[in-house]
Design a binder for this molecule. Structure first.
Ligand SMILES: Cc1ncc(COP(=O)(O)O)c(C=O)c1O
Length: 1009
């Protein structure tokens, strides 16, 4: 067959090319590749009307002829040698077929493309807007045909509803049809024009790569064009765009905003998008249900309806709120009343009756800061305790105000969460204004009102008594105010519909026992419309939706005669923090991630940004026992109020810390030094080696990192051998000798080589031999037990045994930097050297031992300490302060008490199992290695050559951060994903990491294919 159509191409268009059959529902489609160009040959179904093809060809010509600044990427028709748009050619069976040829776009179907970002959807909308503007002037007789896919004619499904057996589904479709019928007059009043009518996810092509943002490369298949209001085109595209989105309303808003940017929509059109979108989905599911009945043996028909049914059944987003969102996305006002109402309120603000009575001037009340940054309530952002909720403000304050739009962590109930992962996004931003005053305080109507709704919401952390009042501006526009946390018995005395005059007392503030469990206060909220939300107003909203909600529920300060600027919260500015950093910080201090993040709170293995958005921290190893551990905070605070002085005085905290550290060490290592950082500890380790051996020569692996001081940079190849070393005045000192990292995945000796450990260690022996020849003496060998910046490497199990043997026989000391690997992170071993079955001469500890407080520890043998003691006094002013000692001791105790090493073991097992599964599915995962929660995922562009995939690692790390999971990248080529969370991480979090990683790796697959 391919040969037959190849001949046709040569004959009709004079082209020589290779053909490949493409998918096509009714027609035959072939891709045609000539040496220079790509085309699509369309062989229409037998009996196809000529007018259908003519309409498409002419419309494509029309879209290409336009001399408009924006060219919509639609295919170009290739004219036959005889100068026609299409012709007739007989197929191998001798049937006449209409054939035509169009240019082919590069790109993948939107259906299969990942990620489907908001920017991409906006671009699609923008092209659609241009296309509808350009098609307005196109006409063709065939556009006027009867067509079941013309939304204007979609009423046909009503007669077919009997085909749906499931009653719930039938009811959904019935409702959609009823809603559609109610809109028919509006629809019929809209001008009709030529529309594409089928911008579905297989008719959109997308291109993109790891370093090029995805873009729409083509919009194809104009075979369904018809005459209809242009908003139908948008609704149809919307019906596909929403289907596989976790936040479909946001995706739809992007599409609508995109269309609006190039073809401004009217408010009427915006109002029609959602009901028309649902009608299109209804037509799809009814149509495929009928098809399934006709083709009972084709399971695909039923499967293909799945996403549309799932959306219709599960996504009962209220139409009113969707409309508000879409209007907002287009920059249209919430409704016609919103602007004049706000103007009227602001004109009269200052003259409304004071809510707490004429004697109380709220302008005198202080603002209280309950924000993510300004408050430590609740300590656990996942579970506010009753005593915390009941004492949000200083009990000495009789009157205080809580900010409008303040991000808070107090909303810990699951009702505030958006999905089921522990660190799912949640509603944190306060949409009202709080007035803290004693329980029993009377509330006076600020202006004339009718009681719209009363309720007693008894759930913990809910409102208790709540009242909604309806008001009317002199223009007749209605708006509403809500008062929550009231005494329910005062509220139940009200009657819905009851008229209130300005100043009338209508309720009283409740006690915690019946106001939802809160410190007595009233939450006041204003709404310019209750369309779509009824009486269930969200009191706190998702930070990503603030702008929308601000337009529905503006700052109620106007009603309370308060100053808008004083009562509206503004979070610490990320831009300003970045600017100060740029202006006043050294520029070789890097920020993590392409889009830097600002964190204001931490808890266990979670971090919270300035809007209270939670991030899962799968990266930071310093908060070893979890961010903001209350026990650490408590011992530190208690110590600071008693004494914090230096190690020249006796204090039990110092001996306690030493005992704690030594209890985990081999008995031979019994002398401790306390310093302030890993760098300082490694400096000291070098001095110990020099003092004990009288020598200076050091052997150390490539890519090692030991700290930022002059001495530690001298031994850190990661710094002195970096491409920028010279510019930084660094080079390899002549007393430092490098060996390969014992990397059995990518190095010269691999995992299948049983002698790999010995062979890597041989390089140490070779250096020692050279030193001997040169008459030099070895001071020691220093290595991170599992090289971290070197790429999360686990050396062959006997590597250090061989190395230490060589070093010791040359009189050198063996120094183990356990900054990254110590204290139980490995799950099976408290220290990395245990896995290597060696006992070092000097062990260096840092980072995790202070859980964020700066502590470094060096532990050594008594004989080495004795050699060092012959020299001048060693003293570190802050090293071993009382504060550091109590913190360090507490951290070590917590590791035991909370069995965190066990947790590292269990969670590591889960993580490794998941990663190994992903490795089978994704060729870019070359290696998964590590122990416990010290994990490296080595990404490769080719699993055979093991070529490091630096770009993929960069993409994955940044996308994971966008998905609010922190991980890093390491290794000489920066291609190894580094996962090393606080040891508190739980199974659900690990599954969250794996779930998101699977999603992002799928994107990588698409973007690299
Ligand atoms: C293995 C290792 N040793 C030493 C250090 C230096 O520690 P600090 O930054 O506390 O001085 C680091 C820091 O990253 C490290 O990873």
């Amino acid at each position: 067959m391919l040969q037959h159509w190849s001949r046709a191409i040569a004959h009709i268009w004079g082209l020589e090319g290779s053909l490949m059959q493409l998918d096509g529902e009714y027609d035959l489609n072939f891709s045609v590749a000539t040496p220079t160009e790509q085309f699509v040959l369309k062989v229409m179904r037998p009996g196809c009307e000529q007018a259908l093809v003519d309409m498409q060809c002419l419309s494509l010509e029309h879209l290409h002829q336009q001399s408009l600044p924006t060219q919509v990427p639609v295919p170009q028709v290739i004219i036959t040698l005889e100068g026609q748009n299409f012709t007739v050619y007989h197929d191998p069976q001798g049937k006449p077929r209409i054939v035509w040829l169009v240019s082919k776009f590069e790109g993948l179907n939107y259906a299969h493309f990942q990620p489907k970002s908001g920017v991409l959807i906006h671009q699609l909308g923008s092209y659609m807007g241009h296309m509808s503007a350009q098609l307005e002037s196109f006409n063709h007789a065939y556009l006027k045909r009867d067509f079941k896919w013309n939304l204007m004619q979609s009423g046909w499904i009503e007669a077919e509803l009997g085909c749906i057996e499931n009653l719930e589904r039938k009811e959904i479709i019935t409702t959609i049809v009823e809603q559609f019928k109610a809109l028919e007059t509006d629809l019929n009043n809209l001008p009709q024009q030529c529309i594409h009518n089928d911008v579905n996810d297989y008719n959109i092509l997308v291109q993109g790569s790891l370093n090029q943002a995805p873009y729409i490369s083509g919009i194809i298949d104009l075979g369904d064009m018809c005459l209809a209001p242009r908003v139908c085109d948008l609704a149809i595209a919307g019906a596909y765009i929403v289907l596989d989105q976790t936040q479909p309303e946001q995706a739809l808003a992007q599409l609508v905003a995109g269309v609006h940017s190039s073809a401004p929509l009217t408010a009427m059109e915006v109002a029609l998008v959602w009901p028309l979108l649902r009608m299109r989905l209804a037509v799809s599911v009814v149509n495929s249900t009928l098809m399934a009945l006709d083709n009972p043996d084709d399971p695909y028909i039923t499967i293909s309806q799945g996403p549309a049914w799932a959306f219709l059944q599960n996504h009962r987003m209220s139409g009113g709120l969707i409309e508000a969102r879409l209007r907002f996305a287009c920059g249209l006002p919430l409704n016609t009343a919103a602007k004049p109402t706000l103007a009227w309120l602001s004109e009269h603000s200052g003259a409304f009756f004071p809510l707490l009575g004429a004697d109380i001037d709220l302008n005198q009340a202080p603002m209280v800061d309950l924000s993510v940054e300004g408050s430590s309530i609740p300590q656990d952002p996942f579970s506010i305790q009753p005593h915390e909720a009941q004492q949000l403000i200083n009990p000495n304050l009789q009157l205080a105000l809580g900010y409008y739009l303040e991000p808070r962590l107090v909303y810990t109930d699951k009702a505030f969460k958006n999905s089921s992962w522990p660190s799912s996004n949640r509603r944190t931003v306060h949409l009202g204004l709080d007035i803290f005053a004693p329980a029993g305080t009377a509330l006076h109507a600020p202006l004339a009102a009718k009681v719209e709704a009363i309720d007693n919401r008894q759930a913990n952390l809910d409102y208790g008594g709540v009242v909604i009042l309806r008001h009317q501006s002199p223009r007749g526009d209605e708006f509403y105010s809500l008062y929550g946390h009231l005494n329910p018995s005062s509220v139940t005395q009200l009657i819905v519909g009851q008229e209130l005059s300005a100043g009338d007392v209508f309720a009283h503030l409740g006690e915690p026992s019946h106001n939802g469990g809160w410190d007595p206060h009233v939450h006041v909220q204003l709404a310019l419309s209750i369309e779509g939300m009824g009486y269930d107003w969200p009191g706190a909203v998702d930070p990503d939706d603030i702008n929308l909600w601000q337009s529905v529920c503006p700052n109620p300060s106007l009603l309370l005669n308060l100053n808008h600027d004083v009562t509206q919260y503004s979070p610490p500015s990320k831009d300003q923090a970045q600017q100060v950093r740029q202006d006043h910080f050294g520029q070789n201090l890097k920020l993590s991630y392409a889009e830097p993040v600002m964190f204001l709170r931490g808890w266990r293995h979670y971090l919270f940004d300035e809007w209270g958005r939670p991030y899962l921290d799968a990266y930071n190893n310093v908060p070893h026992v979890g961010h903001a551990h209350p026990r650490v905070a408590q011992v530190a605070a208690e110590q600071l109020v008693r004494i914090n002085t230096n190690s020249r005085y006796l204090h039990p905290s110092r001996s306690a810390f030493a005992e704690q550290v030594l209890s985990h060490m081999p008995s031979e290592l019994s002398v401790c030094y306390f310093v302030n950082s890993g760098s300082e500890a490694n400096e000291l380790a070098l001095r110990l080696a020099r003092a004990h051996t009288g020598a200076k020569q050091i052997i150390t692996p490539q890519h090692g990192y030991f700290g930022n001081t002059t001495g530690t940079v001298d031994i850190s190849a990661y710094k002195f051998a970096s491409p920028r070393a010279k510019a930084g005045g660094l080079s390899q000192p002549d007393w430092v000798h490098l060996v390969d990292v014992a990397d059995d995945y990518r190095g010269q000796y691999r995992r299948d080589d049983k002698a790999a450990g010995e062979l890597y260690a041989q390089q140490v022996a070779q250096h020692i031999a050279t030193l001997k020849t040169n008459g030099e003496q070895l001071a020691g060998f220093i290595a991170e037990t599992f090289p971290s910046v070197g790429g999360q490497i686990v050396p062959p199990p006997d590597y250090l045994q061989h190395v230490y043997k060589h070093v010791r026989s040359a009189g050198g000391l063996c120094i183990a930097d356990e900054v990254q690997t110590g204290l139980g992170r490995l799950g099976d071993f408290y220290f990395g050297f245990e896995q290597q079955q060696v006992v070092p001469d000097v062990v260096v500890l840092g980072k995790p031992i202070g859980n964020g407080h700066p502590i470094g520890v060096v532990v050594t043998r008594p004989a080495i300490a004795a050699s060092f003691a012959h020299g001048p006094e060693f003293f570190s002013t802050f090293g071993g302060s009382n504060l550091s000692c109590v913190v360090g001791t507490e951290v070590l105790r917590i590791i035991e008490d909370e069995q965190l090493m066990n947790n590292a073991h269990d969670m590591g097992k889960l993580l490794f199992a998941g990663l190994r599964k992903l490795q089978k599915e994704h060729a870019c995962i070359g290696d998964v290695r590590g122990f416990g929660l010290f994990v490296g995922v080595d990404l490769v562009s080719d699993p055979d050559s093991r070529e490091p995939a630096t770009q993929i690692a960069d993409y994955v790390k940044n996308r994971m951060c966008e998905e609010r999971i922190l991980m890093g990248s390491e290794g000489p080529d920066d291609n190894v994903l580094k996962i090393r969370p606080p040891l508190t991480i739980g199974a659900e979090d690990v599954n969250h990491v794996l779930h998101m990683l699977a999603k992002v790796l799928q994107e990588v697959r698409v973007l690299t294919s």
